[in-house]
Design a protein around this ligand. Structure first.
Ligand SMILES: NC(=O)c1ccc[n+]([C@@H]2O[C@H](COP(=O)([O-])OP(=O)(O)OC[C@H]3O[C@@H](n4cnc5c(N)ncnc54)[C@H](OP(=O)(O)O)[C@@H]3O)[C@@H](O)[C@H]2O)c1
Length: 250
């Protein structure tokens, strides 16, 4: 790494996949600024685990749907050093069920967290990075979902649609920013055993659907973090505009 301890912003880093991404990137030598909207205890625990390291992990309580969040997060991250990465991980499904039961509240929240906030954060990264001197290996990684391909009938089709939009965003933005040395990729997890399923209304969902997964089990959040770490590294320097499926064969 040429720039000592460059900084990566990770949204939704207090639990599940995001937490593993934070821990893995920190182990790989990045300073990390991560967000959560309402998990101060988990956030403190993650910050505490990095005590003693000479490069920080810092949590910020900030709802990604707040229009002021992108400016605030980049300002805070720039205090830690040179920001080279953004991982748009925060995501919600809304309540599991058919479209006939989808409430407007859930619909608006799913679009706001998964799509609007992701677009705004990408815009902030582009505005800041295009205005500064180009450096090698600046990267945006958007967390999509296998739902973008399956459509998740009967479960959460609106969530699936936002993830398809995140993939299209990643493809277009990769082409738009490539000449400036900014890479944009998406990671598409299959079913991963995290708290997202309990929040959707079915804690055991990851294991219920395991029989549909060719590898026969839900994924582990670390297996998604491994893919993100590789995309954030120089090893993936020729990857942009890619959707990386990490889905056990789904
Ligand atoms: N688990 C799966 O099976 C699966 C499969 C495919 C794709 N994914 C995607 O992977 C990503 C992570 O999912 P996960 O399973 O790790 O979810 P999770 O366990 O529910 O964790 C979600 C994280 O996002 C944060 N978050 C949620 N809403 C937020 C908001 N408005 N502002 C800031 N932070 C917010 C949460 O913290 P707070 O609650 O404190 O806000 C938490 O840290 C999501 O984009 C999800 O769609 C997951």
């Amino acid at each position: 790494m040429s720039d000592p301890h460059p900084v990566v912003i990770v949204t939704g880093g207090s639990r599940g996949i995001g937490r593993c991404i934070v821990e893995r990137l920190h182990n790989d030598g990045f300073s990390v600024l991560f967000t959560h909207s309402a998990s101060p205890e988990e956030a403190r625990e993650i910050e505490y685990a990095s005590t003693g390291s000479s490069w920080p992990v810092k949590a910020i309580q900030s709802d990604v749907t707040d229009p002021k969040a992108p400016n605030h997060l980049f300002n805070e991250a720039e205090k830690l050093g040179h920001v080279v990465g953004l991982v748009n991980n925060a995501g919600i499904t809304g309540k599991l069920g058919p479209i006939t039961e989808l409430t407007d509240n859930d619909l608006n929240a799913v679009i706001a967290v998964n799509l609007t906030a992701t677009v705004r954060l990408c815009r902030e990264a582009a505005q800041r990075w295009l205005a500064s001197h180009p450096t090698i290996n600046r990267s945006i990684i958007n967390i999509s979902s296998v739902a973008a391909r399956t459509g998740s009938p009967g479960e959460y089709v609106a969530y699936a649609a936002t993830k398809a939009a995140v993939e299209t965003l990643s493809i277009g933005l990769a082409k738009e920013l490539a000449a400036s040395g900014i890479r944009v990729n998406a990671v598409s997890p299959g079913t991963i055993d995290t708290t997202i399923h309990a929040r959707a209304g079915e804690p055991g969902r990851a294991f219920r659907v395991a029989s549909r997964i060719p590898l026969g089990r839900p994924g582990r959040p670390q297996e998604i973090a491994n893919a993100v770490a590789w995309l954030m590294s120089k090893e993936s320097s020729y990857m942009t505009g890619s959707i990386m499926n990490v889905s056990g064969g789904l």
